[in-house]
Ligand binder design. Structure first.
Ligand code: HEC
Ligand code: HEC
Length: 287
């Protein structure tokens, strides 16, 4: 046995150290703990040899296994791209009607369209495409320029009153400012239009009907149902671009406002525009 003194109170060997009568007992760490501790040191050393670890001046040791988290990321990105590549290629080559008919492809296109929409379209149309005054709601089933997926595609690709050579283009005449109609005539035809959807102040009259037929029907349709080919919105339903009041209708006839929708064909690729068209078409109002 050792010649170290034994503490009287606890019966444990002391280390021989003593300060002001306080002795240090010699209670060694348990064996299993100590071996785990040594084991973890050996493991850590091995680990820093196998994997990138030790900092050098401008790089770090590469590790004998050649592992790199960046290469790993590149690899998973490449495989994700390869998986998407096939679907993207199909979206690029197949017609819109086919894409919509194919469930998996349509789901993929909608998801892509939704995220592109958030980036490029939500500023004007709202993040849920709900629109705002002057910016059409894309969830409803009223379409200025047509609601089939092909028509929606054309609107997105070329815009409306944009700088694109194939843009939708049509402008409502300045009936008031250019004195095409008198103030009284504007009042009568505004009431006629307001009556189509039951707006307060609306009144259908034979004069109003005549003024409407002569001046408005060519772009808005005989019954105010709208004409998508000419971008004349429906005037007979409760959905309005510039406000659902007699005052807003009168203002539009007097000095019309014209929405400008940018063309996207130069900025976004064809696949992105197709995905947007499928997404917008699927929002609820697609025809
Ligand atoms: C700078 C604002 C602006 C941005 C950005 C914009 N739009 Fe538009 N968009 C408009 C306006 C204004 C109209 C209405 C044009 C009109 O009055 O003829 C419109 C019309 C449309 C229409 C036709 C609606 C109808 O009833 O026929 C679609 C579809 C559409 N936008 C989709 C998009 C998509 C998709 C994007 C994003 C790639 C987008 N818009 C970005 C302003 C914008
Ligand atoms: C040459 C075509 C054309 C003629 C003619 C025309 N409009 Fe329009 N009108 C339009 C277009 C295009 C718009 C949509 C403007 C836009 O998208 O920004 C419009 C929009 C309107 C709106 C606003 C609709 C909304 O949703 O807010 C009203 C109201 C309207 N027209 C009434 C009339 C009346 C009344 C007449 C006849 C006195 C008339 N328009 C004649 C092309 C025409």
């Amino acid at each position: 046995m050792s010649d170290k003194p034994i503490d009287e109170l606890s019966g444990v060997e002391t280390t021989g150290h003593e300060w002001d009568g306080i002795k240090e007992l010699n209670n060694p760490l348990p064996r299993w703990w100590l071996w785990t501790f040594y084991g973890s040191i050996v493991f850590a050393l091995g680990y820093t040899i196998a994997y990138p670890a030790w900092p050098l001046i401008s790089t770090a040791t590469g590790g004998v296994l050649g592992y790199s988290s960046r290469a790993n990321l590149d690899e998973s990105l490449a495989s994700a791209r390869a998986a998407q590549g096939d679907l993207l290629a199909q979206i690029e080559t197949r017609p819109l009607a086919d894409i919509i008919a194919d469930d998996a492809l349509a789901r993929f296109a909608r998801a892509g369209g939704r995220s592109t929409f958030k980036v490029y379209c939500s500023q004007c149309h709202g993040s849920g495409a709900e629109g705002a005054a002057g910016y059409p709601n894309l969830n409803d089933d009223e379409w200025i320029w047509g609601g089939s997926v092909e028509q929606i595609y054309t609107t997105i690709a070329h815009g409306a009153r944009s700088t694109d050579p194939e843009t939708h283009y049509n402008v409502m005449p300045n009936f008031g400012a250019d004195a095409l109609l008198s103030k009284d005539e504007i009042d009568v035809v505004a009431r006629q239009v307001a009556s189509l959807s039951g707006i307060p102040g609306g009144e259908a009259t034979p004069e109003g009907a005549q003024l409407y037929a002569d001046n408005c029907a060519s772009c808005h349709g005989e019954a105010g149902q709208g004409l998508a080919e000419l971008g004349g919105p429906s005037l007979a339903d409760p959905i309005w671009l510039y406000g659902n009041s007699l005052a807003a209708i009168t203002a539009q006839i007097h000095a019309p406002r014209h929405g400008m929708m940018p063309a996207w064909s130069g900025k976004l690729g064809d696949a992105a525009i197709k995905q947007l068209a499928v997404y917008v078409h699927g929002l609820g109002g697609g025809q």
